[in-house]
Design a protein around this ligand. Structure first.
Ligand SMILES: NC(=O)c1ccc[n+]([C@@H]2O[C@H](COP(=O)([O-])OP(=O)(O)OC[C@H]3O[C@@H](n4cnc5c(N)ncnc54)[C@H](OP(=O)(O)O)[C@@H]3O)[C@@H](O)[C@H]2O)c1
Length: 289
Protein backbone atom coordinates (compact mmCIF):
# COMPACT_ATOMS: atom_id res chain seq x y z
CA UNK A 1 0.00 0.00 0.00
CA UNK A 2 1.48 3.34 -1.02
CA UNK A 3 2.11 5.71 1.85
CA UNK A 4 -0.09 8.37 0.26
CA UNK A 5 -3.25 6.23 0.24
CA UNK A 6 -5.99 8.36 1.75
CA UNK A 7 -8.87 6.81 3.71
CA UNK A 8 -11.95 8.60 5.03
CA UNK A 9 -13.34 7.17 8.29
CA UNK A 10 -16.76 8.49 9.38
CA UNK A 11 -17.66 8.26 13.08
CA UNK A 12 -13.93 8.26 13.84
CA UNK A 13 -14.31 9.09 17.53
CA UNK A 14 -16.37 5.96 18.26
CA UNK A 15 -15.04 2.81 20.00
CA UNK A 16 -14.45 1.06 16.67
CA UNK A 17 -13.58 4.22 14.71
CA UNK A 18 -10.85 5.44 17.07
CA UNK A 19 -9.09 2.05 17.00
CA UNK A 20 -9.28 1.86 13.23
CA UNK A 21 -7.88 5.38 12.83
CA UNK A 22 -5.02 4.48 15.21
CA UNK A 23 -4.18 1.33 13.22
CA UNK A 24 -4.40 3.13 9.86
CA UNK A 25 -2.07 5.91 11.04
CA UNK A 26 0.38 3.35 12.43
CA UNK A 27 0.45 1.61 9.04
CA UNK A 28 1.20 4.82 7.16
CA UNK A 29 -2.22 5.68 5.73
CA UNK A 30 -3.40 9.27 5.51
CA UNK A 31 -6.79 9.59 7.23
CA UNK A 32 -9.66 12.06 6.84
CA UNK A 33 -11.69 11.46 10.00
CA UNK A 34 -15.18 12.79 10.69
CA UNK A 35 -16.89 13.52 13.98
CA UNK A 36 -19.97 15.56 14.81
CA UNK A 37 -18.37 18.30 16.87
CA UNK A 38 -14.88 19.68 16.29
CA UNK A 39 -15.39 21.71 19.47
CA UNK A 40 -15.40 18.56 21.64
CA UNK A 41 -11.98 18.66 23.37
CA UNK A 42 -12.10 15.00 24.52
CA UNK A 43 -12.79 13.51 21.10
CA UNK A 44 -10.58 15.93 19.18
CA UNK A 45 -7.81 15.48 21.79
CA UNK A 46 -8.03 11.69 21.56
CA UNK A 47 -7.73 11.61 17.77
CA UNK A 48 -5.11 14.37 17.54
CA UNK A 49 -2.85 12.63 20.04
CA UNK A 50 -2.64 9.38 18.03
CA UNK A 51 0.80 8.49 16.64
CA UNK A 52 1.42 10.19 13.24
CA UNK A 53 -1.74 12.31 13.66
CA UNK A 54 0.27 15.52 13.27
CA UNK A 55 1.18 14.77 9.65
CA UNK A 56 -1.32 12.12 8.53
CA UNK A 57 -4.68 13.01 10.10
CA UNK A 58 -7.24 15.67 9.19
CA UNK A 59 -10.46 16.11 11.14
CA UNK A 60 -13.78 17.15 9.57
CA UNK A 61 -17.16 17.95 11.10
CA UNK A 62 -20.02 15.87 9.66
CA UNK A 63 -23.41 14.66 10.89
CA UNK A 64 -25.64 11.98 9.38
CA UNK A 65 -28.59 14.35 9.99
CA UNK A 66 -26.91 16.68 7.47
CA UNK A 67 -25.98 14.06 4.86
CA UNK A 68 -24.15 16.47 2.52
CA UNK A 69 -21.73 17.38 5.31
CA UNK A 70 -19.41 14.43 4.48
CA UNK A 71 -18.40 15.96 1.10
CA UNK A 72 -15.11 17.60 2.08
CA UNK A 73 -13.91 14.60 4.09
CA UNK A 74 -14.53 12.23 1.17
CA UNK A 75 -12.94 14.34 -1.56
CA UNK A 76 -9.56 13.01 -2.69
CA UNK A 77 -9.88 9.70 -0.78
CA UNK A 78 -9.46 6.27 -2.35
CA UNK A 79 -11.37 4.41 0.35
CA UNK A 80 -14.25 5.38 2.61
CA UNK A 81 -15.12 3.45 5.79
CA UNK A 82 -18.60 4.46 6.90
CA UNK A 83 -19.00 3.85 10.65
CA UNK A 84 -21.02 6.87 11.80
CA UNK A 85 -24.50 5.82 12.78
CA UNK A 86 -27.19 7.84 14.59
CA UNK A 87 -28.16 6.11 17.83
CA UNK A 88 -30.63 8.65 19.24
CA UNK A 89 -33.16 10.53 17.12
CA UNK A 90 -32.72 14.29 16.92
CA UNK A 91 -36.38 15.30 17.36
CA UNK A 92 -35.71 18.89 16.31
CA UNK A 93 -34.75 17.59 12.86
CA UNK A 94 -37.75 18.28 10.65
CA UNK A 95 -36.18 16.36 7.78
CA UNK A 96 -36.33 12.80 9.18
CA UNK A 97 -38.94 10.93 11.23
CA UNK A 98 -36.47 8.62 12.97
CA UNK A 99 -32.85 7.40 13.01
CA UNK A 100 -33.56 4.85 10.25
CA UNK A 101 -34.58 7.56 7.80
CA UNK A 102 -31.50 9.61 8.72
CA UNK A 103 -29.14 6.60 8.44
CA UNK A 104 -30.51 5.61 5.01
CA UNK A 105 -30.22 9.22 3.78
CA UNK A 106 -26.65 9.24 5.12
CA UNK A 107 -25.74 6.09 3.17
CA UNK A 108 -27.36 7.44 -0.03
CA UNK A 109 -25.52 10.73 0.22
CA UNK A 110 -22.16 9.13 1.07
CA UNK A 111 -22.59 6.75 -1.88
CA UNK A 112 -23.30 9.67 -4.24
CA UNK A 113 -20.37 11.67 -2.87
CA UNK A 114 -18.05 8.68 -3.36
CA UNK A 115 -19.16 8.25 -6.97
CA UNK A 116 -18.93 11.98 -7.75
CA UNK A 117 -15.50 12.30 -6.12
CA UNK A 118 -13.86 10.45 -9.00
CA UNK A 119 -11.21 9.18 -6.56
CA UNK A 120 -13.05 6.69 -4.31
CA UNK A 121 -12.54 3.06 -5.37
CA UNK A 122 -14.35 1.31 -2.56
CA UNK A 123 -16.88 2.01 0.18
CA UNK A 124 -16.70 -0.19 3.28
CA UNK A 125 -19.67 -0.16 5.65
CA UNK A 126 -19.52 -1.29 9.29
CA UNK A 127 -22.75 -3.25 9.49
CA UNK A 128 -24.24 -5.06 12.47
CA UNK A 129 -25.30 -8.65 13.09
CA UNK A 130 -28.64 -7.24 14.19
CA UNK A 131 -29.36 -6.94 10.44
CA UNK A 132 -28.51 -10.60 9.76
CA UNK A 133 -30.86 -12.62 11.94
CA UNK A 134 -31.38 -16.24 10.93
CA UNK A 135 -34.97 -16.06 12.29
CA UNK A 136 -37.46 -17.48 9.78
CA UNK A 137 -39.67 -14.97 7.96
CA UNK A 138 -42.74 -16.12 9.91
CA UNK A 139 -40.85 -15.45 13.15
CA UNK A 140 -41.06 -19.11 14.21
CA UNK A 141 -37.67 -20.72 14.85
CA UNK A 142 -34.31 -20.28 13.17
CA UNK A 143 -32.89 -21.24 9.78
CA UNK A 144 -30.24 -24.01 9.87
CA UNK A 145 -27.35 -21.57 9.73
CA UNK A 146 -26.53 -17.91 10.11
CA UNK A 147 -24.80 -16.71 6.94
CA UNK A 148 -24.39 -13.75 4.60
CA UNK A 149 -27.79 -14.22 2.97
CA UNK A 150 -29.68 -13.85 6.27
CA UNK A 151 -31.66 -10.63 6.71
CA UNK A 152 -33.58 -9.70 9.82
CA UNK A 153 -37.30 -9.75 8.98
CA UNK A 154 -39.09 -6.42 9.27
CA UNK A 155 -41.35 -5.85 12.28
CA UNK A 156 -40.48 -8.87 14.44
CA UNK A 157 -41.41 -8.55 18.08
CA UNK A 158 -39.17 -10.14 20.67
CA UNK A 159 -39.67 -10.17 24.46
CA UNK A 160 -36.30 -8.53 25.25
CA UNK A 161 -36.65 -5.83 22.59
CA UNK A 162 -37.39 -2.19 23.35
CA UNK A 163 -37.91 0.90 21.21
CA UNK A 164 -34.19 1.74 21.05
CA UNK A 165 -33.03 -1.78 20.12
CA UNK A 166 -35.82 -2.19 17.56
CA UNK A 167 -34.95 1.15 15.96
CA UNK A 168 -31.19 0.37 15.93
CA UNK A 169 -31.96 -2.99 14.26
CA UNK A 170 -34.24 -1.33 11.69
CA UNK A 171 -31.73 1.44 10.99
CA UNK A 172 -28.75 -0.92 10.51
CA UNK A 173 -30.85 -3.27 8.32
CA UNK A 174 -32.31 -0.58 6.05
CA UNK A 175 -29.04 1.30 5.64
CA UNK A 176 -27.09 -1.87 4.81
CA UNK A 177 -29.72 -2.89 2.23
CA UNK A 178 -29.56 0.60 0.70
CA UNK A 179 -25.76 0.36 0.52
CA UNK A 180 -25.68 -3.08 -1.14
CA UNK A 181 -28.27 -1.96 -3.71
CA UNK A 182 -25.49 0.19 -5.23
CA UNK A 183 -22.89 -2.55 -5.62
CA UNK A 184 -21.50 -2.19 -9.11
CA UNK A 185 -21.53 1.62 -9.26
CA UNK A 186 -18.56 1.35 -6.89
CA UNK A 187 -16.99 -1.59 -5.03
CA UNK A 188 -19.11 -1.87 -1.91
CA UNK A 189 -18.20 -4.06 1.06
CA UNK A 190 -20.38 -4.63 4.08
CA UNK A 191 -18.71 -6.05 7.21
CA UNK A 192 -21.45 -7.48 9.40
CA UNK A 193 -19.80 -7.29 12.81
CA UNK A 194 -20.74 -9.22 15.96
CA UNK A 195 -20.76 -7.67 19.43
CA UNK A 196 -17.33 -6.11 19.85
CA UNK A 197 -15.16 -6.30 22.97
CA UNK A 198 -11.58 -5.51 23.91
CA UNK A 199 -9.55 -2.53 25.02
CA UNK A 200 -10.77 0.95 24.29
CA UNK A 201 -9.07 4.28 23.62
CA UNK A 202 -12.15 6.13 24.87
CA UNK A 203 -12.36 7.51 28.39
CA UNK A 204 -15.72 5.78 28.98
CA UNK A 205 -16.87 2.17 28.69
CA UNK A 206 -18.09 1.43 25.14
CA UNK A 207 -21.72 0.27 25.05
CA UNK A 208 -20.92 -3.08 23.39
CA UNK A 209 -18.25 -3.87 26.00
CA UNK A 210 -20.72 -2.99 28.77
CA UNK A 211 -23.22 -5.42 27.22
CA UNK A 212 -20.58 -8.19 27.08
CA UNK A 213 -19.76 -7.84 30.80
CA UNK A 214 -23.34 -7.10 31.90
CA UNK A 215 -23.58 -10.36 33.88
CA UNK A 216 -20.59 -9.95 36.24
CA UNK A 217 -21.36 -6.21 36.34
CA UNK A 218 -24.98 -7.04 37.27
CA UNK A 219 -26.27 -4.40 34.88
CA UNK A 220 -29.87 -5.40 34.12
CA UNK A 221 -30.47 -2.96 31.26
CA UNK A 222 -27.36 -4.10 29.34
CA UNK A 223 -28.14 -7.74 30.20
CA UNK A 224 -31.50 -7.29 28.45
CA UNK A 225 -29.56 -6.16 25.33
CA UNK A 226 -27.43 -9.34 25.52
CA UNK A 227 -30.61 -11.44 25.78
CA UNK A 228 -32.15 -9.48 22.89
CA UNK A 229 -29.16 -10.40 20.70
CA UNK A 230 -29.47 -14.02 21.80
CA UNK A 231 -33.17 -14.23 20.95
CA UNK A 232 -32.67 -12.38 17.65
CA UNK A 233 -29.65 -14.43 16.50
CA UNK A 234 -29.89 -17.73 18.39
CA UNK A 235 -26.44 -17.11 19.87
CA UNK A 236 -24.42 -13.96 20.43
CA UNK A 237 -21.73 -13.52 17.75
CA UNK A 238 -18.72 -11.87 19.38
CA UNK A 239 -15.64 -10.25 17.97
CA UNK A 240 -12.43 -8.65 19.26
CA UNK A 241 -11.64 -5.02 18.42
CA UNK A 242 -8.28 -6.05 16.88
CA UNK A 243 -10.15 -8.37 14.50
CA UNK A 244 -12.57 -5.56 13.59
CA UNK A 245 -9.61 -3.38 12.55
CA UNK A 246 -7.86 -6.23 10.73
CA UNK A 247 -11.05 -7.06 8.80
CA UNK A 248 -11.50 -3.44 7.70
CA UNK A 249 -7.84 -3.10 6.68
CA UNK A 250 -8.00 -6.45 4.85
CA UNK A 251 -10.90 -5.01 2.82
CA UNK A 252 -8.84 -1.93 1.97
CA UNK A 253 -5.82 -3.91 0.86
CA UNK A 254 -7.46 -6.59 -1.30
CA UNK A 255 -7.05 -5.61 -4.97
CA UNK A 256 -10.76 -6.27 -5.51
CA UNK A 257 -13.50 -7.24 -3.07
CA UNK A 258 -17.21 -6.58 -2.77
CA UNK A 259 -20.29 -7.94 -1.02
CA UNK A 260 -21.38 -8.87 2.45
CA UNK A 261 -19.17 -10.66 5.01
CA UNK A 262 -20.05 -11.89 8.49
CA UNK A 263 -17.39 -11.01 11.08
CA UNK A 264 -17.45 -12.97 14.33
CA UNK A 265 -15.01 -15.32 16.01
CA UNK A 266 -17.38 -17.11 18.39
CA UNK A 267 -21.11 -17.67 18.75
CA UNK A 268 -22.00 -17.93 22.43
CA UNK A 269 -25.15 -18.20 24.51
CA UNK A 270 -25.55 -15.78 27.41
CA UNK A 271 -25.08 -18.82 29.69
CA UNK A 272 -21.74 -19.59 27.95
CA UNK A 273 -20.65 -16.01 28.57
CA UNK A 274 -21.68 -16.27 32.24
CA UNK A 275 -19.81 -19.53 32.78
CA UNK A 276 -16.71 -18.04 31.13
CA UNK A 277 -17.03 -15.08 33.52
CA UNK A 278 -17.30 -17.44 36.50
CA UNK A 279 -14.09 -19.23 35.48
CA UNK A 280 -12.16 -16.00 34.95
CA UNK A 281 -13.51 -14.16 37.98
CA UNK A 282 -14.42 -16.76 40.64
CA UNK A 283 -14.67 -14.02 43.27
CA UNK A 284 -17.56 -12.36 41.42
CA UNK A 285 -20.90 -14.07 41.85
CA UNK A 286 -22.94 -14.36 38.65
CA UNK A 287 -26.48 -15.49 39.48
CA UNK A 288 -27.57 -18.71 37.73
CA UNK A 289 -30.84 -17.16 36.55
N1 LIG B 1 -19.66 -1.89 18.99
C1 LIG B 1 -20.18 -2.95 18.41
O1 LIG B 1 -20.30 -4.04 19.02
C2 LIG B 1 -20.63 -2.89 16.98
C3 LIG B 1 -21.03 -4.09 16.35
C4 LIG B 1 -21.44 -4.04 15.02
C5 LIG B 1 -21.45 -2.84 14.32
N2 LIG B 1 -21.07 -1.70 14.95
C6 LIG B 1 -21.13 -0.45 14.19
O2 LIG B 1 -19.87 0.21 14.29
C7 LIG B 1 -20.06 1.61 14.26
C8 LIG B 1 -19.39 2.22 15.48
O3 LIG B 1 -19.97 1.64 16.63
P1 LIG B 1 -19.35 1.89 18.09
O4 LIG B 1 -19.93 0.87 19.01
O5 LIG B 1 -17.90 2.01 17.96
O6 LIG B 1 -19.99 3.33 18.43
P2 LIG B 1 -19.90 4.20 19.77
O7 LIG B 1 -18.59 4.10 20.42
O8 LIG B 1 -21.13 3.92 20.59
O9 LIG B 1 -20.03 5.68 19.18
C9 LIG B 1 -21.17 6.08 18.50
C10 LIG B 1 -20.73 6.85 17.29
O10 LIG B 1 -21.88 7.23 16.55
C11 LIG B 1 -21.65 8.54 16.08
N3 LIG B 1 -22.93 9.20 15.82
C12 LIG B 1 -24.05 9.19 16.56
N4 LIG B 1 -25.00 9.96 15.97
C13 LIG B 1 -24.44 10.44 14.82
C14 LIG B 1 -24.88 11.30 13.80
N5 LIG B 1 -26.11 11.83 13.82
N6 LIG B 1 -24.05 11.59 12.79
C15 LIG B 1 -22.78 11.09 12.76
N7 LIG B 1 -22.29 10.28 13.70
C16 LIG B 1 -23.12 9.97 14.72
C17 LIG B 1 -20.90 9.22 17.20
O11 LIG B 1 -20.22 10.32 16.62
P3 LIG B 1 -19.48 11.47 17.48
O12 LIG B 1 -18.31 10.77 18.14
O13 LIG B 1 -19.06 12.45 16.48
O14 LIG B 1 -20.45 11.97 18.48
C18 LIG B 1 -19.98 8.11 17.67
O15 LIG B 1 -18.78 8.15 16.91
C19 LIG B 1 -21.57 1.83 14.19
O16 LIG B 1 -21.95 1.95 12.84
C20 LIG B 1 -22.14 0.53 14.74
O17 LIG B 1 -23.43 0.27 14.24
C21 LIG B 1 -20.66 -1.69 16.26
Amino acid sequence: MEKETKVCVTGAASFLGSWLVKKLLEQGYTVNATLRNLGDPNKVGLLSSLPNAGTKLRLYEADVYNPGSFKQAIEGCEYVVHMATPLLHQPLSSQFKNTSEAAVAGVKSIMELCIRSGTVKRLIYTASVTAASPIKENGKGFKDRMHESCWTPQEITLPYSNELLAEYTRSKTLSEKELLRHNGELEVVSLVCGLVGGKTLLSSMPESMAVLISQPAKNKRRYRTLRFLEELLGRVPILHIEDVCNAHIFCLEKPSIKGRFLCASAYLSSADIASHGRKLYPHIEIPED
